[in-house]
Design a protein around this ligand. Structure first.
Ligand code: 8YV
Length: 321
């Protein structure tokens, strides 16, 4: 029997994922499901051949420089890899993989939920009924914004963005997008391409962010760009908190430039932005875009597929470094 590689699973993953991992690897678990510090990750790396982390574990250049030579692969349980310094990991010869595709449907579901919830005042309405404050009704009460037939602008027309476009078409929305490159016609399905974010923003009633957080996209939605949206537009973010300058979002909500926002990702996680709480037209969720039973299994399996390929001497399908 060949010796099984030793794998640290940094957070509590789905039961099916843990069972499969235990079958094929010597697994070290994180029984408390807590976030490990850089120093703890470095210490752990001396005892393992592989790590299966979430986006909550930070592999900064400083951490990567001190990882043990024993560690060969980081198989992320996430599509986003902004928590990993890919340049530093590549230079160390540590393979990095992610989990694309399998979370696109779940994330687009949450983006639609945020869009509808922001447009139709879901948080406010739920709170009113729940707290017993619903004491009267009138036709002018809780009036929101209709989504059907409006223009949606998708920033980042990758896998999640394309699913979001399909869902939006189900609401008869006119789809516009900005992407690094224009999609082939058979993928665009008639969506209108804008070669700049600025051009897109001026032409949409709703903007939904689906691009990764990179040095180029950090702070993308700042005061200048928010000012390009039509008054009363809605912003949806299921991608990364770093894409939005949160103080500028607050200012745009306060002036009415933004009619509402639906936010699943924040600069500070966990926790979010306490300043948002004063605004009932900011509909918030705690970074749960991919949190369905089906998708959690699929993400875990995809990460394990990547590990299996690596330890079988093949190139993992989702190698990003
Ligand atoms: C996950 C995510 O919840 O995949 C990503 O990039 O942000 C989320 O889908 C998280 O990373 C789980 O590990």
């Amino acid at each position: 029997m060949p010796v099984k590689p030793t794998l640290w699973i940094s957070r509590k993953l789905s039961d099916n994922t843990l069972a499969r991992a235990a079958r094929d690897y010597e697994v070290i678990l994180n029984a408390q499901d807590r976030v490990y510090s850089g120093d703890e990750i470095i210490a752990m790396s001396a005892d393992v051949d592989a790590i299966l982390p979430c986006h909550s574990e930070l592999f900064s250049a400083d951490v990567v420089a001190r990882l043990s030579d024993r560690l060969k692969i980081i198989a992320n349980h996430s599509v986003g890899v902004d928590h990993c310094d890919l340049g530093a990991l590549g230079a160390r010869g540590i393979v990095v993989t992610n989990t694309p595709d399998v979370l696109s449907d779940a994330t687009a579901e949450i983006a639609m939920l945020l869009l509808l919830g922001a447009a139709r005042r879901a948080a406010e309405g739920d709170q009113m009924v729940r707290s017993g404050a619903w004491t009267e009704w009138s036709p002018s009460f809780m009036v929101g914004t209709q989504v059907t037939g409006k223009r949606i602008g998708i920033v980042g027309m990758g896998r999640v963005g394309q699913v979001m476009a399909r869902r939006a078409r189900g609401f008869d929305m006119e789809v516009h997008y900005h992407n690094r490159s224009r999609l082939a016609d058979e993928l665009a399905h008639g969506a209108v391409y804008h070669d700049t974010v600025e051009g897109l923003l001026a032409n949409c009633d709703v903007v939904s962010l689906h691009c990764p957080a990179t040095p180029e996209t950090t702070g993308l939605m700042n005061a200048q760009r928010l000012a390009l949206l039509p008054a009363g537009a809605i912003l949806v973010n299921t991608a990364r908190g770093a894409l939005v300058v949160e103080d500028d979002l607050l200012a745009a909500i306060e002036t009415g430039r933004l009619g509402a926002a639906g936010i699943d990702c924040f600069m500070t996680e966990p926790g979010g932005n306490p300043k948002f709480a004063a605004h009932p037209n900011i509909f918030m969720l705690p970074h749960i875009g991919s949190a369905t039973r089906e998708t959690r299994d699929a993400m875990g399996f995809r990460a394990l597929d990547n590990l299996d390929a690596f330890f079988a001497g093949r190139e993992p399908g989702d190698k990003v470094a």
